[in-house]
Design a protein around this ligand. Structure first.
Ligand SMILES: N[C@@H](CCC(=O)N[C@@H](CS)C(=O)NCC(=O)O)C(=O)O
Length: 193
Protein backbone atom coordinates (compact mmCIF):
# COMPACT_ATOMS: atom_id res chain seq x y z
CA UNK A 1 0.00 0.00 0.00
CA UNK A 2 1.44 3.37 -1.03
CA UNK A 3 2.19 5.98 1.60
CA UNK A 4 -0.34 8.82 1.78
CA UNK A 5 0.78 12.44 1.84
CA UNK A 6 -1.85 14.87 3.14
CA UNK A 7 -1.18 17.80 0.92
CA UNK A 8 -2.10 21.33 -0.04
CA UNK A 9 0.10 22.71 -2.84
CA UNK A 10 0.10 26.12 -1.16
CA UNK A 11 1.64 24.89 2.06
CA UNK A 12 4.72 23.48 3.72
CA UNK A 13 3.52 20.07 2.56
CA UNK A 14 5.68 20.89 -0.48
CA UNK A 15 8.70 20.14 1.74
CA UNK A 16 7.59 16.57 2.46
CA UNK A 17 6.72 16.15 -1.22
CA UNK A 18 10.20 17.28 -2.22
CA UNK A 19 11.70 14.66 0.10
CA UNK A 20 9.46 11.90 -1.27
CA UNK A 21 10.32 12.93 -4.83
CA UNK A 22 14.06 12.92 -4.09
CA UNK A 23 13.66 9.42 -2.64
CA UNK A 24 11.85 8.36 -5.83
CA UNK A 25 9.30 6.27 -3.96
CA UNK A 26 5.62 5.62 -4.57
CA UNK A 27 3.15 7.71 -2.65
CA UNK A 28 -0.36 8.95 -3.01
CA UNK A 29 -1.44 12.56 -2.56
CA UNK A 30 -4.49 13.10 -0.38
CA UNK A 31 -5.70 16.61 -1.22
CA UNK A 32 -6.28 18.42 2.09
CA UNK A 33 -7.04 22.03 1.32
CA UNK A 34 -6.47 24.59 4.04
CA UNK A 35 -8.94 27.02 2.48
CA UNK A 36 -11.64 24.35 2.88
CA UNK A 37 -10.64 23.71 6.50
CA UNK A 38 -9.82 20.07 5.70
CA UNK A 39 -6.83 20.18 8.09
CA UNK A 40 -9.10 20.87 11.07
CA UNK A 41 -11.57 18.04 10.46
CA UNK A 42 -11.77 15.34 13.16
CA UNK A 43 -10.48 12.61 10.82
CA UNK A 44 -7.37 14.65 10.01
CA UNK A 45 -6.78 15.60 13.68
CA UNK A 46 -6.46 11.87 14.38
CA UNK A 47 -3.42 11.95 12.08
CA UNK A 48 -1.97 15.31 13.09
CA UNK A 49 -3.39 16.56 16.39
CA UNK A 50 -1.95 20.02 15.64
CA UNK A 51 -4.20 20.39 12.61
CA UNK A 52 -1.38 21.38 10.29
CA UNK A 53 0.03 20.17 7.01
CA UNK A 54 1.80 18.05 6.06
CA UNK A 55 1.15 14.60 7.47
CA UNK A 56 2.20 11.24 6.13
CA UNK A 57 0.53 7.88 6.70
CA UNK A 58 2.41 4.67 5.98
CA UNK A 59 0.22 1.68 6.86
CA UNK A 60 -0.32 1.92 10.61
CA UNK A 61 2.35 4.60 11.02
CA UNK A 62 1.44 8.28 11.06
CA UNK A 63 4.00 11.05 11.00
CA UNK A 64 3.55 14.80 11.29
CA UNK A 65 6.07 17.67 11.18
CA UNK A 66 8.23 17.96 8.08
CA UNK A 67 11.46 17.18 9.92
CA UNK A 68 10.01 13.93 11.25
CA UNK A 69 8.64 13.00 7.82
CA UNK A 70 12.02 13.65 6.17
CA UNK A 71 13.87 11.61 8.80
CA UNK A 72 11.33 8.81 8.43
CA UNK A 73 11.79 8.63 4.65
CA UNK A 74 15.59 8.77 4.86
CA UNK A 75 15.53 5.96 7.44
CA UNK A 76 13.02 3.82 5.57
CA UNK A 77 15.04 3.94 2.35
CA UNK A 78 18.72 3.86 3.42
CA UNK A 79 19.74 2.82 -0.08
CA UNK A 80 18.73 6.28 -1.33
CA UNK A 81 21.53 7.79 0.79
CA UNK A 82 19.44 10.75 1.90
CA UNK A 83 21.08 10.76 5.34
CA UNK A 84 24.47 9.85 6.76
CA UNK A 85 24.31 6.24 7.93
CA UNK A 86 23.64 5.38 11.58
CA UNK A 87 26.94 4.89 13.38
CA UNK A 88 28.94 7.26 11.18
CA UNK A 89 30.43 10.45 12.68
CA UNK A 90 28.29 12.65 10.39
CA UNK A 91 25.10 11.26 11.90
CA UNK A 92 25.22 13.56 14.94
CA UNK A 93 25.57 16.68 12.81
CA UNK A 94 22.76 15.44 10.57
CA UNK A 95 20.34 14.95 13.49
CA UNK A 96 21.33 18.34 14.86
CA UNK A 97 20.67 20.11 11.56
CA UNK A 98 17.31 18.38 11.15
CA UNK A 99 16.13 19.65 14.52
CA UNK A 100 17.87 23.01 14.08
CA UNK A 101 15.98 23.61 10.83
CA UNK A 102 12.64 23.62 12.54
CA UNK A 103 13.53 24.62 16.12
CA UNK A 104 15.65 27.64 15.22
CA UNK A 105 15.83 28.43 11.52
CA UNK A 106 12.05 28.28 10.94
CA UNK A 107 11.07 30.68 13.78
CA UNK A 108 13.95 33.04 13.06
CA UNK A 109 12.89 33.17 9.42
CA UNK A 110 9.31 33.85 10.52
CA UNK A 111 10.48 36.70 12.77
CA UNK A 112 12.45 38.16 9.89
CA UNK A 113 9.56 38.00 7.41
CA UNK A 114 7.11 39.39 9.96
CA UNK A 115 9.65 42.05 10.99
CA UNK A 116 9.54 40.96 14.61
CA UNK A 117 12.63 42.10 16.51
CA UNK A 118 13.52 40.51 19.80
CA UNK A 119 16.80 40.64 21.65
CA UNK A 120 15.62 38.12 24.19
CA UNK A 121 18.22 35.38 24.14
CA UNK A 122 15.97 33.31 26.41
CA UNK A 123 13.95 32.44 23.33
CA UNK A 124 15.01 29.12 21.90
CA UNK A 125 16.28 30.62 18.67
CA UNK A 126 18.57 33.37 17.41
CA UNK A 127 17.68 36.16 15.02
CA UNK A 128 17.78 35.37 11.31
CA UNK A 129 21.19 36.98 10.73
CA UNK A 130 22.78 34.67 13.26
CA UNK A 131 20.85 31.72 11.84
CA UNK A 132 22.26 32.55 8.39
CA UNK A 133 25.75 32.66 9.93
CA UNK A 134 25.17 29.19 11.38
CA UNK A 135 23.94 27.77 8.07
CA UNK A 136 26.88 29.30 6.19
CA UNK A 137 29.32 27.75 8.67
CA UNK A 138 27.71 24.34 8.29
CA UNK A 139 27.53 24.60 4.49
CA UNK A 140 31.26 25.27 4.28
CA UNK A 141 32.40 24.85 0.69
CA UNK A 142 29.31 22.75 -0.12
CA UNK A 143 27.88 22.09 -2.56
CA UNK A 144 25.52 20.56 0.06
CA UNK A 145 25.53 20.43 3.85
CA UNK A 146 27.30 17.07 3.67
CA UNK A 147 29.62 17.95 0.82
CA UNK A 148 28.75 16.13 -2.37
CA UNK A 149 26.00 14.08 -0.65
CA UNK A 150 22.53 15.64 -0.91
CA UNK A 151 20.56 14.76 2.23
CA UNK A 152 17.30 15.39 4.06
CA UNK A 153 19.13 18.19 5.88
CA UNK A 154 19.31 20.06 2.56
CA UNK A 155 15.58 19.53 2.12
CA UNK A 156 14.82 20.97 5.57
CA UNK A 157 17.38 23.79 5.73
CA UNK A 158 17.12 24.56 2.02
CA UNK A 159 13.32 24.67 1.99
CA UNK A 160 13.36 27.29 4.76
CA UNK A 161 15.68 29.48 2.68
CA UNK A 162 13.59 28.87 -0.44
CA UNK A 163 10.38 29.86 1.42
CA UNK A 164 12.06 32.97 2.72
CA UNK A 165 12.94 34.01 -0.82
CA UNK A 166 9.49 33.08 -2.15
CA UNK A 167 7.93 35.38 0.44
CA UNK A 168 10.06 38.28 -0.71
CA UNK A 169 12.93 37.90 1.75
CA UNK A 170 16.53 38.36 0.62
CA UNK A 171 19.47 36.69 2.34
CA UNK A 172 22.07 39.25 1.21
CA UNK A 173 24.50 36.33 1.33
CA UNK A 174 25.91 35.27 -2.06
CA UNK A 175 26.91 31.88 -0.70
CA UNK A 176 23.39 31.12 0.54
CA UNK A 177 21.84 32.45 -2.67
CA UNK A 178 24.06 30.13 -4.69
CA UNK A 179 22.99 27.25 -2.44
CA UNK A 180 19.29 28.12 -2.96
CA UNK A 181 19.76 28.19 -6.75
CA UNK A 182 21.60 24.88 -6.67
CA UNK A 183 18.75 23.26 -4.74
CA UNK A 184 16.05 24.70 -6.97
CA UNK A 185 17.90 23.53 -10.06
CA UNK A 186 17.66 19.90 -8.93
CA UNK A 187 15.27 17.98 -11.19
CA UNK A 188 13.07 17.11 -8.20
CA UNK A 189 13.51 20.50 -6.50
CA UNK A 190 10.66 21.96 -4.45
CA UNK A 191 7.86 23.48 -6.50
CA UNK A 192 5.25 26.01 -5.45
CA UNK A 193 1.53 26.36 -5.98
N1 LIG B 1 6.59 22.90 11.68
C1 LIG B 1 5.49 22.40 10.90
C2 LIG B 1 4.76 23.56 10.28
C3 LIG B 1 3.44 23.14 9.67
C4 LIG B 1 2.59 24.32 9.28
O1 LIG B 1 2.66 25.40 9.88
N2 LIG B 1 1.76 24.12 8.25
C5 LIG B 1 0.88 25.18 7.80
C6 LIG B 1 0.88 25.23 6.28
S1 LIG B 1 2.29 26.04 5.62
C7 LIG B 1 -0.56 24.88 8.19
O2 LIG B 1 -0.99 23.76 8.17
N3 LIG B 1 -1.30 25.96 8.48
C8 LIG B 1 -2.70 25.89 8.66
C9 LIG B 1 -3.15 26.21 10.06
O3 LIG B 1 -2.32 26.26 10.97
O4 LIG B 1 -4.36 26.40 10.22
C10 LIG B 1 6.02 21.43 9.84
O5 LIG B 1 7.12 21.62 9.35
O6 LIG B 1 5.33 20.45 9.51
Amino acid sequence: MAMKLYFDPRSRAQVAKWMLDEAEVDYEIVPTLIREGAHKRPEFLKINPAGKLPALVDGRTRIFENAAICMYIAEKYPGKRLAPAVGTPERGRYLSLMVYSTAQLEPSMGDSLLKIKSNNSARGWTDFEQAKDAVERELGDGPYLFGAQFTAADVMIGSMLIWHRAFGGRTNRPKLDAYIHRLQARPKGMKFG
